[in-house]
Design a protein around this ligand. Structure first.
Ligand code: SF4
Length: 413
């Protein structure tokens, strides 16, 4: 779905609302609104049109209630058919999802795709197609071997000084290329004892200074549960920083409430890694959610999976990175798509990722260039990749190629 004019106008208006000066008015004084003039939750004209059509009895208060969004998520073919025309490939895929990553789309995200074509990038993120049922022989259910690095349920300890803590298997919408498609969407919740064992593991491993809370999506948990988990981790003396990995600002921006911000603020330094895949995800609602997080003092980074037909070209990727920076989200990682079953239609070559990095580095701000990584199949960890900038290197000198292809030399002695 390409951004239409009215959406673009709204985005522009939004950037002025939060005090950015306009591109068209160099030197213009920014419009600064006091914090209490900024609407707490936004409902865009697009969402209102969708609500009126499909939830005529619903109020904007309900629409902005994240629990209402979860309760009313689209999880089956009949519900989805009421709002959009499905292709044969989509119908066949949805009818054969048993035992696979489920279908789940929040009404908010549905409002972004219900008028879309089959090839729409946002639609492809959440609506399965029949290719997803095909498994290539290089693909594995757990390509990063997370289970073999898991000393206790919920913990993955792969790197020396940090652990991943998967606190839930639930997401508000399921991405069809999810690395953890083997486990997310299942009902096997961690119990109280599992949590205690996970806290005890972190406590007994003094080398762990960084805990990444992920899932599923941790922000689908209640405020109380999040508060409990964060307080227990923060109480561990050697844990210096906590990170939360989430896609909520994209698929359920209503979840970023003042109450949630108040809870998260108790646990600084707390970083958020936000998952984006396409510039059209950055709507007024998403900008509002990210602004709240940035104003809460949380360093925000983005993670993007390189996806064929969705974001595998330089203009789309550059646009995404620029829009992220405009809302104070620093591009962090660009991932080569993992070898999960049924991901063949999403995967590009690694060469394509390198081409994209080459098309960004030097041509835009360094802040807008994420690190391109391959998460090594078999559990070797993230390996960063760069285009070939080193031409020759010996004890005397290094010959380098700059972004324009020009050669330069730097002495080693
Ligand atoms: S939000 Fe993250 S964990 Fe959930 S389906 Fe998407 S990629 Fe997987």
């Amino acid at each position: 779905m390409s951004t239409n004019n009215s959406e673009a106008t709204t985005l522009h208006a939004e950037s002025r609302l939060v005090g950015c000066s306009s591109d068209e008015e160099p030197g213009a004084k920014p419009l600064v609104f006091s914090q209490n003039e900024i609407p707490n939750q936004l409902v865009s004209p697009r969402s209102i049109e969708f609500m009126r059509r499909y939830f005529p009895l619903t109020t904007t208060e309900s629409w902005n209630d994240w629990k209402w969004q979860l309760r009313n998520a689209y999880t089956g073919i009949e519900d989805l058919r009421k709002i959009m025309k499905l292709s044969d490939k989509e119908v066949m895929a949805i009818n054969n999802l048993k035992g696979r990553l489920p279908l789940r789309i929040t009404p908010y995200f549905a409002s972004l795709i219900y008028k879309s074509k089959y090839s729409d990038p946002l639609r492809r993120n959440v609506v399965p197609v029949v290719e997803e049922l095909l498994q290539h022989n290089t693909e594995q259910p757990d390509p990063l071997h997370e289970q073999s690095f898991s000393p206790v349920r919920g913990i993955v300890h792969r790197y020396p000084d940090r652990v991943l803590f998967t606190v839930t298997q639930v997401c508000s919408s399921y991405c069809r290329y999810c690395t953890r498609s083997h486990s997310v969407g299942r009902l096997d919740k961690l119990g109280r004892q599992d949590f205690e064992k996970a806290f005890a593991y972190i406590e007994s491993h003094k080398e762990v200074r960084d805990v990444l809370i992920s899932g599923g999506d941790p922000l689908t948990l209640s405020d109380e549960t999040l508060d409990f988990i964060l307080s227990r981790i923060r109480a561990i003396e050697h844990v210096e920083m906590i990170r939360i990995g989430t896609r909520v600002p994209v698929v359920l921006p209503q979840r970023i409430t003042d109450n949630l911000i108040g809870i998260l603020r108790k646990y600084h330094p707390l970083f958020l890694s936000l998952h984006f895949s396409h510039p059209d995800e950055i709507t007024t609602e998403c900008i509002n959610a990210c602004n709240k997080l940035a104003d809460g003092g949380f360093p925000l980074g983005s993670q993007t999976v390189l996806l064929k037909g969705i974001n595998d070209n330089i203009p789309v990727m550059k646009d995404l990175m620029h829009r992220l920076l405009r809302m104070r989200v620093r591009p962090y990682y660009l991932y080569q798509c993992d070898l999960i079953p049924g991901s063949g239609h999403f995967r590009t070559t690694v060469k394509k990722g390198l081409e994209i990095i080459k098309g960004l580095r030097g041509y835009t701000s360094g802040y807008a260039v994420p690190t391109f990584v391959v998460d090594a199949p078999g559990g070797g960890g993230k390996i960063p990749l760069l285009p070939d900038y080193v031409v020759e290197h010996d004890d005397d000198r290094i010959v380098l190629r700059n972004y324009k292809g020009e050669l330069c030399e730097y002495p080693e002695k």
